[in-house]
Design a protein around this ligand. Structure first.
Ligand code: MTE
Length: 372
């Protein structure tokens, strides 16, 4: 039914080179060039960051079946073509952000676990996804009393210390019932590209990207979270450098994203002409929260200039811009965002350092030089 490839992603319909920088080809980890990323509210498929833990499965659509099982009244086994006639389709604009986004800044504070990719501030992208709401499918299957989580299993096989394992993750049932949690087969008006989960993937807006399982083949309704090591062991925050197995077991499983933002223009290290400059970037809130304010400072956080926001739908990012006057010389520009629950980004990456380098949402900084 499938073979696994560890190759460069295909970019159907791409014109010119994609703005992707590869951190690894096997498994693929590729991030978007930051200044191009924030130039458009919707990220083109060929420029969208890619994060894979194993190979990219090539799926035979005729043989493909989606199974819904576990704590349901009517287990289902569906062909891809059965989904849309059975359930109404919808479109959702949503941002995916990897929990490891901005890991490089944490790694600069103190090295994170070896083998973790040094993502910059662009393991994030925003797209319009088309598919069926997961809630409709769960309704068709009939969730039984006592169920609390929905687990997803992908067709890819991933290396793991315990051996090769299928990729898996889960979300709480109450999240799964939100109308913008999707089983998507289209990304920006095209069938999902192979590396983004063809033929079907889960989209969980407001959660870490790891829960948006690609190449989803089995959905299991459960009374606890997924037993997958990608749910139970990885994607946890531990701030001591040498955690034990029991530390990993006890730590909370990550779900909702933290409030975060980054400056995409000017680039870090840019040489500019002194005067008024337009600073631009992205901001993203977690869960169902929205971005309410983004601020830029040129004096190490003593004073802040409020940015103009271009908000997207709930679950998708807010692009922003602010005018900042810079005299000649060297400057550090900082941004921070606030969300609808009045959460604000912490100042220092040291405050959020953790052993695997997840969820860095500290103030984002770029250094620039202004010529007279
Ligand atoms: N789903 C499967 N089956 N296998 C994976 O390796 N990676 C996850 C998630 N879903 C992954 C997966 C991670 S860590 C992220 S951040 C997002 O997919 C990235 O989605 P993208 O590659 O389409 O940007």
């Amino acid at each position: 039914m499938l073979d696994q490839r560890m190759s460069r992603p295909t970019q159907p319909g791409a014109e010119g080179p994609p703005a992707l920088e590869f951190l690894s080809h096997g498994p693929i980890k590729a991030q978007t060039e930051l200044a191009s990323l924030i130039a458009e509210p919707v990220t083109a498929n060929r420029d969208f960051f890619v994060c894979c833990h194993g190979g990219v499965p090539r799926v035979d659509v005729d043989a493909y079946r989606l199974e819904i099982e576990g704590m349901v009244r009517r287990p289902l086994r569906l062909r891809l073509g059965d989904l849309s006639p059975l359930l109404p389709e919808t479109e959702v604009e949503a941002t995916l952000q990897c929990a490891g986004n901005r890991r490089a800044e944490l790694d600069d504070v103190a090295p994170v676990a070896s083998g973790e990719p040094r993502w910059g501030a662009s393991a994030i992208g925003n797209a319009v996804w088309r598919g069926v709401p997961l809630a409709s499918l769960l309704d068709a299957a009939g969730v039984l009393d006592g169920a609390t989580h929905v687990a997803f299993y992908g067709l890819d096989r991933c290396p793991h210390p315990a051996g090769i394992t299928e990729y898996g993750a889960s979300i709480p049932l109450r999240k799964a019932l939100e109308r913008n949690v999707l089983l998507a087969h289209e990304m920006n008006g095209r069938p999902l590209p192979e590396e983004h989960g063809f033929p079907l993937r889960v989209i969980v807006p407001g959660y870490i990207g790891a829960r948006s399982v690609k190449w989803v083949q089995r959905i299991e309704v459960r009374a606890d979270s997924s037993p997958s090591p990608f749910q139970r062991q990885a994607y946890k925050l531990i701030s001591k450098p040498d955690p034990t197995d029991s530390d990993w077991r006890r730590a909370a499983e990550l779900g909702e994203l933290s409030i975060n933002s980054a400056i995409g223009a000017p680039r870090d290290g840019a040489e500019l002409v002194a005067g008024t400059l337009v600073v631009r970037g992205w901001a993203m809130a977690g869960g169902q929260r929205t971005v309410t304010r983004v601020e830029v400072s040129r004096d190490h956080g003593r004073t802040w200039i409020e940015a103009t926001l271009r908000p997207g739908a709930t679950g998708s990012w807010t692009l922003w811009e602010a005018e900042v006057a810079l005299g000649p010389g060297s400057h550090e520009l900082i941004c921070r965002a606030w969300d609808s629950a009045a959460n604000v980004q912490p100042e220092d990456p040291q405050q959020v350092w953790n052993v695997r380098g997840y969820m860095n949402h500290s103030w984002h900084r770029v250094r620039v030089w202004a010529e007279d």
